[in-house]
Design a protein around this ligand. Structure first.
Ligand code: PLP
Length: 391
């Protein structure tokens, strides 16, 4: 990649891998059949969908019928949360959900929506290191708890949550409960880096997204363990075992499954080395830099830094002028700068949250790009610190 187009924002999305594009192409062209049609066009599309579902099932160590395709992880998260609530006594019973304060909005806002509809929700806070303690989840369990939804890897600070431990806890609790608890994890940011065997994790529901793993945008999947009592949240055809109506998007399904099949072939160890090199250089070059969230319990491509005396947004724009794409922990919404709910929940002041920069490396980045970034960052930090009013 040319140094004037450096993409360090791989948590927001990834490029589509060449092999993925190649595998999708025929399904945009001659093989355009509807997978539900009985003729041979349909049969060929259906065979491609089956093969893709099989690949994803193998990746998750689950059954073929336990993989439900959706339009992305936002829909998968909505289906998991709303689908469980609607199928397990709502609105006649007062139900309770446990989630965390650092979830992606796809889960967080779905829970907030349900709260307005009389569902109880507990938002467990992470510790300062950005990791939620399973004991804190356990403390919140009540007789009417029907769902625990905890993300696997946080999309801003990259911290890995103790999913296996929570899975074991739920299994234990369910032994002597009349009404069982379901366990969902949003594994969007984990798929490239973490254990994805749903049996080992002990989850009932798990969300995936195509575009975070070098696959296409607009496709995702929800693992739904056999026997889970869940309702569809859309109504229409009977595709996806009756859980998600709509004509199957064959090219995107093929693309997502191809990306999943390639994960083991990519040199992701290189990404970790580059990330560590970058961190070490940043820490030695600048004073007043802190890493947000644990380094040890973090995916290998993520750095989330607060740089004292500098606005994250200004750095982002300055870097962008130099062709370098990163992200920041503050989102400009309705004219005011809202600090990230994740950074605030791990105890950062609004000032530190505004000074944050998220750098997420990808499989195609190289050392030359990292060195160029460090050079530009140094210039920008010096410039902005000089400009800042002295108090
Ligand atoms: N969950 C997490 C943790 C994410 O990072 C994202 C994407 O930003 C989503 C859900 C939503 O995924 P999609 O873009 O596939 O709807």
């Amino acid at each position: 990649m040319a140094t004037n187009h450096i993409f360090f924002d791989n948590a927001s999305t990834t490029s589509t891998d060449k092999e993925v594009l190649k595998k999708m192409e025929p399904f945009f062209k001659d093989e355009f059949g509807n997978a539900a049609s009985l003729h041979s066009f349909g049969q060929r599309a259906s065979a491609a969908v089956d093969e893709s579902r099989e690949k994803i099932a193998k990746f998750l160590n689950c059954n073929f019928e336990e993989v439900v395709f959706t339009s992305g992880a936002t829909e998968a998260d909505n289906l998991a949360v709303l689908g469980i609530i609607f199928a397990n006594g709502y609105p006649h019973k007062k139900l309770h959900i446990i989630t965390t304060a650092i979830e992606h909005l796809a889960v967080l806002e779905t829970c907030q929506y349900l709260e307005k509809k009389d569902v109880e929700v507990s938002y467990v806070k992470p510790h300062k290191n950005g990791v939620v303690k399973f004991e804190d989840i356990e403390k919140e369990i009540k007789d009417n708890t029907v769902l625990i939804s905890v993300m696997y890897v946080n999309n801003e600070i990259g911290t890995i949550q103790p999913i296996e431990k929570i899975g074991r806890l739920v299994l234990e609790k369910n032994k002597d409960r009349e009404k069982r608890i379901y366990f969902h994890t949003d594994a969007v940011q984990a798929a490239l880096w973490c254990e994805m065997d749903v049996k080992k994790l002990g989850v009932d529901l798990l969300s995936l997204s195509g575009h975070k793993i070098y696959g296409p945008k607009g496709i995702g999947a929800l693992f739904v363990k056999q026997g889970t009592i869940i309702k569809p949240i859309q109504h229409g055809g009977h595709q996806e075992f009756g859980l998600r109506p709509g004509t199957l998007n064959t090219p995107l399904i093929v693309g997502m499954a191809t990306a999943i099949g390639l994960i083991k072939k990519w040199d992701l160890l290189k990404v970790e080395k580059l990330r560590n090199y970058m961190l070490q250089k940043v820490q030695s070059k600048f004073d007043g830099v802190s890493l947000n969230g644990s380094l040890g319990k973090r995916v290998k491509n993520n750095l989330n830094l607060s740089i004292k005396g500098v606005e994250g947004e200004a750095l982002l724009l300055g870097l962008d002028m130099e062709g370098i794409a990163v992200s920041t922990g503050s989102a400009c919404s309705s004219g005011s700068l809202e600090p990230s709910h994740v950074l605030v929940s791990i105890g950062l002041s609004h000032e530190a949250a505004h000074g944050s920069l998220r750098i997420t490396l990808g499989k195609d980045n190289n050392k030359e790009e990292v060195m160029h970034f460090l050079k530009i960052l140094e210039l920008l930090v010096k410039k902005y610190r000089k400009m800042a009013p002295k108090i």
